[in-house]
Write a protein that binds this ligand. Structure first.
Ligand code: ADP
Ligand code: MG
Length: 276
């Protein structure tokens, strides 16, 4: 894919740090094997940024995301999430700031397959004391936001991969988070569906949500406004860029596919006439 076309930036002006990690390390000890998954990472992310985290397999991307998500503590170093040093929170405090601040999207969707899209999206609200009517209303609103207003009663196992990932994004949105953390959200999707999902992330970005998205595909990272490259548990490079417009890219991809399909059809038709 070429990286031509217009570029975007988010709607929120920078200057307000929402994620701030300093000298973070993570050491895993399994038996007598010691793995230094993070070797001193500094990363500041401002409100309204869209950051792609890239790097080879094993470079520490998921470890970093787990720490950013408050799912794991660093071995050393400091992490301030929305101004709060998480090292000083107990697990309840951590759960509270996580629910208030973060939404998660995973590569494998992590949906309950025999439960309706609406109920899947309502799940994160069950932990608050939100009345059932309000839960339905907010889940329906989130599903509309991802273009699935007419699929609320469908079960994930009746949906395409792209639709399932949109349900998962709605589930991340329903708590109205400031930050969405997405670990390889397009890893199980074909390239056109990946671009479609990226149009959604860019819409959320335009709406002011901060996004941190892990990917190993440069084509996907091109849609972010900043690219952080990891290598061997360290940040190897960190640069801002004009983001490629995913809606434009999607239009190009669709036109290309239609062109190929019509050429194939003509070819098949020609072969048919020759044979007949
Ligand atoms: P990436 O997501 O970039 O592929 P990870 O963060 O998953 O990388 O892994 C970084 C390193 O830490 C790898 O060497 C991996 O094997 C190791 N690692 C990750 N999680 C664990 C764990 N729970 N226990 C032991 N080692 C782990
Ligand atoms: Mg990973």
């Amino acid at each position: 894919m070429a990286t031509t076309g217009s570029s975007l930036s988010g709607s929120v002006s920078a200057g307000n740090t929402v994620i701030d990690i300093e000298k973070v390390t993570k050491v895993y000890q399994t038996g007598d094997v010691t793995v230094h998954a993070l070797r001193g990472v500094d990363l500041k992310i401002d409100r309204g940024e869209f950051v792609a985290v890239m790097g080879a397999s094993g470079s520490g991307k998921s470890t970093l995301m787990n720490i950013l998500g408050g799912l794991d503590y660093p071995t050393a170093g400091e992490y301030r999430l929305d101004g709060e040093p998480i090292s000083r929170l107990d697990s309840d405090g951590l759960a509270r700031i996580r629910n208030r601040t973060l939404g998660f999207v995973f590569q494998s969707f992590n949906l309950l397959s025999r439960t309706s899209a609406l109920e899947n999206v309502e799940l994160p609200l069950l932990y608050g004391d939100i009345p059932a009517r309000e839960r339905h209303h907010r889940a329906a609103e989130a599903l509309s936001q991802v273009g699935l207003a007419n699929r609320m009663d469908h079960h994930p196992n009746q949906m395409s991969g792209g639709q399932q990932q949109r349900v998962a994004i709605a589930r991340a949105l329903v708590t109205r988070p400031k930050v969405i953390l997405a670990d390889e959200p397009t890893g199980n999707l074909d390239s056109e569906t990946s671009v479609e999902v990226m149009t959604l992330f860019q819409e959320l970005w335009r709406g002011g949500i901060t996004i941190v998205l892990v990917t190993h595909e440069p084509d996907v990272a091109a849609f972010a406004g900043r690219v952080v490259n990891m290598k061997d548990g360290r940040v190897k490079s960190d640069r801002r860029q004009g983001a490629r417009d995913a809606r434009e890219a999607l239009a190009v991809a669709i036109a290309q596919r239609q062109q190929e399909q019509s050429e194939e059809a003509e070819h098949a038709d020609g072969a048919h006439k020759e044979a007949g």
